[in-house]
Ligand binder design. Sequence first.
Ligand SMILES: CC(C)(COP(=O)(O)OP(=O)(O)OC[C@H]1O[C@@H](n2cnc3c(N)ncnc32)[C@H](O)[C@@H]1OP(=O)(O)O)[C@@H](O)C(=O)NCCC(=O)NCCS
Length: 161
Amino acid sequence: MADMLVRLYALPERGPSRLAPDVRIRRALAAERRVVIAWIEERFGAGWAGEAETAFSSTPARIHIAHDRDRILGFACHDVTALGFFGPTGVEAAMRGKGIGEALLIESLLSMRAAGYAYAIIGGVGPATFYARAVGAVEIAGSTPGIYAGMLFPGDLASGT
Ligand SMILES: CC(C)(COP(=O)(O)OP(=O)(O)OC[C@H]1O[C@@H](n2cnc3c(N)ncnc32)[C@H](O)[C@@H]1OP(=O)(O)O)[C@@H](O)C(=O)NCCC(=O)NCCS
């Protein structure tokens, strides 16, 4: 589980959206905190739910969600694990492969770029090919286990991968 580096100043141009017409990607609101956290914990475990709680501790929240009306489809956090880090992120298992994960990733990275970062780090990557193809991310040498070294219950952080 290495970290990966993304050049925010060289993000690929956005092509036409692959999302279904009713799918929205946006920052989560504080009022949605409890339902979003419960959704994450049920699907991805306590570690990611804890990180997402941290994302809700600022305004605006450092978490984007994908939803279709009242149905949550996915989430992506940034500036949570450490400053400048993207993640965790996850998409409802039945909804994967429809462009939602990539749209959440790009929206989060654009927010980080707007906040002044030149680079983003994707922490403890599972699907490296996904990040390499979507945003040109490259592995950071010597970054395993990186900042996660010695963490309590590390299995919790790998629950979605
Ligand atoms: C990784 C994840 C967020 C991707 O979300 P998604 O909605 O399925 O991704 P998209 O549909 O936007 O996929 C974009 C592209 O990446 C590819 N891709 C998606 N998941 C991939 C994976 N795990 N490995 C390699 N490629 C992947 C897709 O095939 C697609 O390619 P295409 O453009 O040629 O069709 C989702 O699979 C997930 O929730 N996984 C479990 C949690 C996880 O691993 N989170 C990341 C931890 S670092």
